[in-house]
Design a protein around this ligand. Structure first.
Ligand SMILES: [Zn+2]
Length: 200
């Protein structure tokens, strides 16, 4: 790496900070962009600049949006009585892909993971509680992944909501134990949502 020009070294270093990209892959990508596909390098650079400047979090549900409220929160045809809590924006996209759920969402951007030093403050939980206090939904579906941390987070949220008198459920079947929601197929997700059970 020392023999590469400094600008290329810098690019490799930045690329290797991406999730699942090690130094070897970063080197291969950087070399490809700079040596083989300069048009892609330019359009990628432009897309990164525009996306990082324009895409932000929805003020209500914390999904990604270019406006104050995201496309789901702006949709007046969706059911305000249903609120689905997910960990990441990609989980919301996976549920939307199935196309059956017509309620609203709340994206936590984290999980309760005490073993990794992540407490309730590491997710958008305070905002969820404020939101449901202001507009109590009929049902909150806690669709965090079926992992240890996802289950712990769901139980924690279920207890907090029970204290507020709000019913919470969890997609019960289908999502394999230890499975990340974003990788579940459409039929599995659809069944999991149809067969949800109470958390309290
Ligand atoms: Zn939103």
């Amino acid at each position: 790496m020392l023999s590469f020009p400094p600008a290329l070294q810098k690019l490799i270093k930045e690329l290797s900070k991406l999730p699942s990209v090690g130094e070897k892959t970063a080197t291969r990508l950087a070399y490809h962009l700079v040596a083989n596909d300069r048009d892609l390098a330019r359009s990628l650079g432009e897309a990164l600049k525009v996306a990082s400047a324009q895409v932000r979090l929805c003020q209500r549900c914390f999904f990604l949006s270019e406006e104050e409220l995201c496309v789901i929160c702006r949709n007046t045809n969706r059911d305000h009585g249903l609120l689905c809590v997910v960990e990441k924006p990609v989980d919301l996209v996976a549920i939307e892909r199935v196309g059956e759920y017509k309620g609203h969402y709340h994206v936590l951007h984290g999980l309760w993971a005490p073993l990794r030093g992540q407490g309730p403050e590491s997710m958008r939980l305070k905002e969820l509680i404020e939101r449901v206090k202001e507009h109590p939904p009929r049902e909150v579906i806690v669709a965090t992944s079926a992992t240890v941390e996802g289950d712990a987070t769901a139980l924690y949220i279920g207890r907090m909501l029970a204290d507020l008198g709000i019913g919470a459920t969890r997609p019960a079947q289908g999502i394999p134990k230890g499975g990340e929601l974003e990788y579940a197929d459409d039929v599995t997700l659809s069944r999991a949502f149809a067969a949800r059970s109470s958390l309290s």
